[in-house]
Design a protein around this ligand. Structure first.
Ligand SMILES: *Cc1c(COP(=O)(O)O)cnc(C)c1O
Length: 461
């Protein structure tokens, strides 16, 4: 009876997998404000060449530099766990596995890309990185990576989290980064918001605007920008998760996989686990692949497939994605990392091609699942991760009803030891579900109605 399936350091993948090479419908390009495709050179003020190359690469496999593998080896390959405790608690015939990404120094999957991004910036002489963070997971991951590669790090942290979650900020400062609340008075984007709403709680889209502006307006041109999710190169870096999981399932003796699950905010941890299996699905494997989002921020299940900007003020190109409109202000749910109006273009394209089946779950059911998981498996997961846990529980219950021995895999994207307020509210019975109304959605989509539209395609294979 295998419980924890581990690989040796030699099994750490040597290449990342790029789904763009295999999508049935080619990825649509990002567009500039004029509606024309953005050329790679237009991204040069904000990203180093190494990352731009990956962003637009059609190659299926991309080599992982040895310097990056050497750092990842500090906690990778991450273990794959068989959830015997949860299976027993549910009385399910399903075999449930989870990939444990909570063991990185920052406590989530995010260092997988932070390390790669810091490496390419360092290699090209960048002295400083600016970024945004919601609940602080990405900011702390980048702060960690910048410390290792000796780059300065500046983090714009969404105001509401900055005030409510001081511990992530302390982690960032411990790793040597500087963290300010967003909207801040340091950028035009921030000052404009503060002028109209001095008490603004901020959101990710505003913080992205500030971080990009801080990079492009650096008078000494020594700053670049780093994004923790959404973009193709970020999802690419996360595929070590799924590539390892494939080897581990084989080692556990599994011959097939029925369900793959990940929570999705910008889409990176989901894609990291799922894309190597999407490859199998494109090539005929029968399996259900489910990105899970909060019912209060239902980008994939209620949003249309459109072109929208990735931030609040149009500092980013127009991206082809499912979106609730960039003016959307999600309810202040505890899964801060899932409160984003858009979805990664690669994940969006795979949905549009019929390869994925998105699902939305309310936060009460998510926390109930997370508490059951803590009491049966021991790990207290991040509020974001609770969406994957809740979906795995739904699928395990379904397998029980159908009397099927299904194999279910989900990504444990991070631990929740610095996000206990959500658990406190849930246990006290004060947590609420929020649904998005059609009226509010329509109002937000009004703001992007004149943007170019992605040309329609039929559902994929
Ligand atoms: C940031 C974060 C997420 C959401 O981001 P994705 O890019 O969608 O993966 C999910 N889980 C944890 C633990 C996070 O820190």
């Amino acid at each position: 009876m295998k419980t924890r399936i581990v690989l040796s350091e030699d099994d750490l993948p040597r290449q990342w997998y790029n789904l763009a090479a295999d999508l049935p419908t080619p990825l649509r390009p990002p567009l500039g404000p004029d509606g024309k495709p953005v050329s790679p050179s237009m991204l040069e003020p904000i990203f180093p060449h190494g990352l731009i190359e990956q962003e637009v690469s059609p190659k299926r496999w991309i080599d992982i530099p040895e310097e990056v593998r050497a750092v990842l080896a500090r906690w990778r390959p991450s273990p794959l766990h068989r959830a015997h405790g949860l299976e027993k608690a549910l009385g399910t015939p399903a075999r449930i596995y989870y990939k444990n990404e909570s063991l990185s120094p920052a406590g989530s999957h995010k260092p997988n890309t932070a390390v790669a991004q810091a490496y390419y910036n360092k290699k090209e002489g960048v002295k400083r990185l600016s970024t945004e963070t919601g609940a602080g997971q990405w900011g702390s991951a980048l702060a960690f990576a910048c410390a290792l590669f000796e780059i300065e790090c500046k983090v714009f942290m969404v105001r509401i989290s900055f005030d409510q979650k001081p511990y992530r900020k302390i982690m960032m400062e411990t790793w040597g980064a500087e963290c300010v609340a967003s909207p801040s008075g340091e950028t035009k984007a921030g000052r404009d918001i503060l002028a109209s709403d001095p008490g603004s709680p901020g959101n990710l889209a505003i913080a992205i605007s500030e971080a990009v502006e801080a990079a492009v307006t650096d008078p000494q041109h020594r700053t670049k920008y780093a994004l923790g999710s959404v973009l193709n190169h970020v999802l690419l870096h996360q595929t070590v998760i799924g590539l390892e999981a494939k080897k581990q399932l084989k080692k556990a003796g599994e011959k097939r996989l029925d369900v793959v699950i990940g929570c999705a905010g910008g889409g990176s941890n989901f894609a990291g686990l799922a894309f190597p299996f999407v490859y199998d699905k494109i090539h005929g494997a029968k399996m259900e692949i489910i990105p899970v989002e909060p019912a209060s921020c239902p980008t994939m299940t209620m949003g249309p497939f459109v072109y929208d900007i990735g931030d609040a003020s149009g500092m980013t190109p127009l991206l082809p994605m499912y979106s609730l409109g960039h003016t959307f202000m999600p309810e202040p749910i505890h899964a801060g990392g899932l409160r984003y109006h858009g979805m990664a273009p690669l994940v969006s394209a795979a949905i549009n091609d019929g390869l994925l089946k998105p699902r939305a779950i309310g936060q009460l059911e998510c926390f109930a699942g997370a508490v059951l998981f803590a009491r049966s498996e021991g790990i207290i997961v991040a509020p974001e991760t609770s969406h994957a846990v809740a979906c795995a529980i739904q699928e395990a219950k379904k397998a029980k009803e159908e009397g099927k021995e299904k194999v279910i895999l989900f990504n444990l994207s991070g631990h929740g030891l610095l996000d206990l307020k959500g658990y406190q509210d849930y246990l006290a019975g004060t947590l609420q579900d929020h649904a998005l109304s059609r009226e509010v959605l329509a109002k937000n989509l009004e703001a992007i109605k004149d943007y170019p539209k992605p040309e329609p395609v039929g559902a994929g294979k």
